[in-house]
Design a protein around this ligand. Sequence first.
Ligand SMILES: *Cc1c(COP(=O)(O)O)cnc(C)c1O
Length: 386
Amino acid sequence: MFDEQLHQLEAQHLLRQLRLIESPTGSAVIIDGRPVVLMASNDYLGLATHPTLKRAAISATEQFGVGAGASRLVSGTLPPHRELETALAAFKGTEAALVFSSGYLANIGLLPSLIGSGGLVLADRLCHASLIDGCRLSGADFHRYHHRDLDHLASLLSKQASRRKTLIVTDGVFSMDGDLAPMLDLLDLADRYEAQVLVDDAHGTGVMGPEGRGTLEHFGVESRLPFHMGTLSKALGTSGAYVAGPDTLIRYLVNRARSFIYTTAPPPATAAAARAAIAVLRAEPERRARLWHNREHFCAGLRALGFTTTDTQSPIIPVLIGDPQKAMTMAERLLQQGVYAPAIRPPTVPKETSRIRTTVTADHTVEQLDHVLAAFKTVGLELGLL
Ligand SMILES: *Cc1c(COP(=O)(O)O)cnc(C)c1O
């Protein structure tokens, strides 16, 4: 039975397989024994292999062991967890912060804590799957509005009975398109309808805004949102996620968020490394400058070649192909040319929008990016895309 379903996926060119990376992550990695330029990592600032983070993880392991031994509420809260939460609240300028073991877990715990049956959730159609799952789990009425379409959102809001609890859910930076939520107008709209807003800033944290505090800093709206969530697993180079907000919300989540309560605390090494990442973010702003410089160079290069990208405003630069089979062929041919940039297909993205999703990091050299552009040109001509 599984076999049959796998065959079906394969026939539709939608079968997915794990690809082994035979080296540490970075701008170049080893795949099938060959060096390739990696254009798929969310480790935007190259912190996953940063010596300061490694030292912090090793030192916390020496001091506290490899596992926390229990859930946070039982006996799993160790000094590295406390210190990370304090550092996150200071970084985000909120009263408090709460760490979850992953972004997926944060979202499926946070949403049902914020809203339940009787409430209404309106989410951008391209929200991350973890937000969608959280919305479904909440038991609230759940509708999606067209991607970044505030007219559609307004029409859904205006149809609702007044005084019904309403939550608008959006990514800050959309993970498959690299574009940004229209934060200013979205917040005005939310104010008009007295709706709460949840922003997931997984891809904005450490990347967007002059200080890297994220998409809310980028738009200058941090003071307008009492809380938001983000992850430690992308630009911060480690793993886990956080909710930053008022002390009352954080204490409430400790009591209500099932994905926080019923899971073992993150390893002390991970918490210590994430805290070190926040310090490195401040100490080495040149990483962010390099990231944006690389991003401009690569994006301009792709467009000059004639590729169609999304309306990206971030280091996520998707090249639209359309047909899933063609996207797969393109990814395979790029790999033969020494470039790893995977095809992203439905159900991760809508039908007919299969794409090669590239991400640029601070660690790429201009030579590497030029090699990637040359490979895109060769393969693009071969496949008749240019
Ligand atoms: C990656 C991502 C998540 C999930 O975070 P993990 O820490 O990888 O579980 C959640 N939301 C968005 C928008 C993401 O891009």
